[in-house]
Write a protein that binds this ligand. Structure first.
Ligand code: IPD
Ligand code: CA
Ligand code: CA
Ligand code: CA
Length: 271
């Protein structure tokens, strides 16, 4: 395993044990709201601090972008930037709904180079290093081979935070539903993308995401032989938070269905 990936795994597992410990007593957690539906608990912060400590002890000169504490170090000066979501799926976690994960990615000169998505409930560890493939625990994973959308299971997420996107999203949703074998919306984008990499979903789309939700998952998919883009088929997904992903055949079909639903607002948000 690449040494930087080994450190990321150590950090993710440490966060995972904090999350597991806390999940036994959800009633005593202090929870606040960042916006009407973006909850944050003391567990998000504690997990994030633990991750940053492991990374900084190993690589004190690297910069960081983390969901709860923001930027640390100078991303322009450092060649390396870690992108951290300490707990992706906080709402699920707070409800004892067992679909949440730790997500850690490393950018090297702006290119995704290492990725970990760790599900502490199932103890599933998804990892990837650029050019070296993607793994679930010790097994190599690949995207599915399904070619027909009608046979495909598609994951998605609802843009419930920025409600201005909702109408355009629902139009896509309505168009995609009858063309697939089924749609799922478990509520952890990081895990959703890991599932595409593992071939559990054939495709995925969501809008209104942040880089920490998707950075690690995107590298997993690319290293598993899948494709990822923004809604227009371009590479701006990390910045825009609009994402389409899947095995190469299903990816193309999703983009085709989405294209007529691209509103001027979505196109502007994609820039
Ligand atoms: C959220 C999850 C969810 C997605 C939201 C994200 P958080 O992350 O990834 O699936 O639909 O947009 O913000 O806030 O639980 O880390
Ligand atoms: Ca959050
Ligand atoms: Ca997240
Ligand atoms: Ca989070």
């Amino acid at each position: 395993m690449h040494p930087m990936l080994t450190i990321a795994v150590k950090a993710a597992r440490r966060a995972g044990s904090i999350i597991n410990q806390a999940s036994r007593n959800l009633d005593i957690l202090t929870v606040s709201r960042k916006s009407h539906s973006d909850f944050v608990s003391e567990v998000d912060s504690a997990a994030e601090e633990a991750i940053i400590k492991v990374l900084m002890d190993a690589y004190p000169t690297h910069s960081i972008l983390a969901e709860e504490s923001g930027n640390r170090g100078d991303a322009k000066k450092s060649e390396y930037q870690w992108i951290i979501d300490p707990l992706d799926g906080t709402t699920n976690f707070l409800h004892g709904f067992p679909k949440y994960a730790v997500s850690i990615a490393l950018l090297h000169r702006g290119v995704l180079s290492q990725a970990v998505v760790y599900d502490p409930v199932s103890n599933e560890l998804f990892t990837a290093s650029r050019g070296r493939g993607a793994y679930l625990n010790d097994q190599r994973i690949r995207v599915s081979k399904r070619g027909l959308l009608a046979d495909s299971l598609i994951g998605t997420g609802i843009p419930f935070r920025d409600l201005s996107f909702l109408e355009a999203y629902l139009a896509m949703f309505k168009d995609i539903i009858p063309k697939t074998a089924g749609i799922r919306r478990p509520g952890s984008a990081a895990l959703d993308l890991a599932y595409v990499a593992a071939g559990r979903y054939d495709g995925f789309w969501e809008i209104g995401l942040s880089p920490w939700d998707i950075a690690a998952g995107c590298l997993l998919i690319l290293e598993a032989g899948g494709l990822v883009s923004d809604l227009e088929g371009n590479e701006n997904y990390l910045k825009s938070g609009q994402i389409v992903a899947g095995n190469p055949k299903i990816f193309v079909q999703l983009l085709q269905i989405i294209a007529p639903h691209l509103t001027p607002q979505l196109i502007a948000a994609n820039k």
